[in-house]
Design a protein around this ligand. Structure first.
Ligand code: FES
Ligand SMILES: [Fe+2]
Length: 421
């Protein structure tokens, strides 16, 4: 293994990404500190998932287990799910409700704020054993994180140096997040997917709207997202987040089939049809023409709108070679039964076996396998042009992906100045 600074970045605009960066265990170790515990904010969950005092949920930031809970006064606290005694996981359930958190190992008990409340047999028995007299529970709480709630979406940060959440997200992301949470959210269910590839291959995938009109024949064939549609990708000021958007009514079948035929792509399969097309019937619910949006928020979450199928996809790292994708499907509290059924019907397009997103997991894995021994080679990311990283008015672009790498390298202390070309 070698230091991440030794990888060659032949261009300073991130149009070349060294394959070794996806397979290096030392790089992965540094990412856990500099990216996930660095001056960033990570998505945890929706506040409605823990609606009552004492409700908690266990998540991950990078590969660190984290508990987020609601206190008696309604406020939220998050802490590392690691006992201050000898380091055990404290909460092993995915969800629950509790007045406090007691570690199973020696039963140290913590408050909903993460403060240590009590230690069994602290004074020993009959004057023997127990903790030293000067042991002070006040010094042995759980390690807490900063928490912010943006319109019902909870984020946390390990770092005092992280800017306020809204500054980190920046205006376009805040605006789109408000769009997606414009009413009180109702969670509809979860799916979990284990992908055998490096987590950054997935952040590349969701920042590459170009693949959406090529890798996914279902959405091309049935007009959900094609490269002939209007749309583009809006970037934040750092370029690390982005929203890829598709206007689904902006092309015609004739123009689309001709464009795909002319381009040599087989993604538009004109001889395929559906007996039941109800899955395709998207209702416009946000007062705009955007029928599909994929918002990638650095570093760990995607907010998805595929028609009326709304979901978050949380990246939970499992080492350099794998990650879990944790899907949370949602609608709104005022949805009627028909709308909920429609959202769930459209959920067949997303998730581990989704008619569309099934291919994304596979794409990550086939890249991961092929580049394993190619540390000195590079991917080519030139769709959308070279040079400046900025908002795109086309779907045929990889510029948002380069925005991820620019900010990633800044956090990791990598100088991709192109000097090694
Ligand atoms: S490790 Fe938690 S109480 Fe000992
Ligand atoms: Fe995809």
């Amino acid at each position: 293994m070698r230091n991440e600074a030794e990888y060659v970045w032949p261009t300073s605009d991130f149009t070349r990404i060294p394959f070794g960066i996806y397979h290096d265990a030392d790089v992965y170790e540094q990412e856990m500190h500099k990216v996930f515990r660095g001056p960033t904010w990570s998505y945890l969950c929706f506040d409605v998932e823990i609606p009552n005092p004492g409700d908690f949920k266990c998540v991950n930031i990078g590969d660190t287990p984290v508990v987020v809970n609601r206190d008696k006064d309604g406020s939220f606290h998050a802490f590392i799910n690691r006992c201050a005694h000898r380091g055990s996981i404290v909460r092993r359930e995915e969800f629950g409700n509790a007045k406090d958190h007691t570690c199973v190992y020696h039963q140290w008990c913590y408050s909903l704020k993460g403060d240590l409340l009590g230690v069994p047999f602290q004074r020993g028995v009959k004057g023997k054993g127990g903790m030293p007299k000067d042991f002070d529970v006040a010094n042995h709480g759980l390690q807490t994180l900063r928490v912010e709630n943006f319109n019902g979406v909870i984020f946390a940060s390990f770092s005092d140096d992280a800017p306020p959440l809204e500054d980190f997200l920046d205006e376009p992301i805040c605006k789109h997040l408000k769009r997606l949470t414009h009413k009180k959210v109702k969670v509809l269910g979860y799916q979990r997917q284990y992908i055998h590839g490096n987590w950054k291959l997935y952040t590349d995938n969701t920042r590459d709207p170009n693949h959406g009109g090529l890798l996914h024949p279902f959405q091309v064939t049935f007009g959900i997202a094609r490269l002939t549609h209007g749309g583009g990708a809006v970037l934040d000021k750092r370029g690390c987040h982005n929203i890829s958007m598709v206007e689904g009514d902006s092309d015609s079948e004739e123009d689309a089939s001709k464009a795909y035929e002319d381009s040599g792509s087989g993604a538009y399969m004109t001889d395929y049809s559906l007996h039941d097309t109800s899955m395709l019937a998207t209702q416009k619910e946000f007062g705009d023409e955007i029928t599909l949006s994929i918002m990638s928020i650095f570093p760990n979450v995607v907010f998805q709108q595929i028609g009326n199928c709304l979901a978050t996809r949380q990246i939970r790292c499992k080492g350099v070679d794998a990650f879990e994708l944790y899907w949370t499907y949602y609608g709104y509290e005022d949805d009627d039964a028909e709308m909920t059924a429609h959202r769930l019907r459209q959920a067949n397009m997303a998730g581990p076996g989704g008619l569309i997103s099934m291919e994304d997991g596979e794409a990550v894995e086939i890249v991961h396998r092929a580049i394993k021994r190619e540390h000195d080679k590079h991917s080519v990311a030139e769709y959308g042009g070279r040079g400046e990283i900025k908002t795109q008015d086309t779907l045929i672009t990889e510029v948002p992906m380069r925005g991820f790498w620019a900010y990633y390298c800044q956090l990791m202390g990598i100088d991709a100045n192109g000097a090694a070309a």
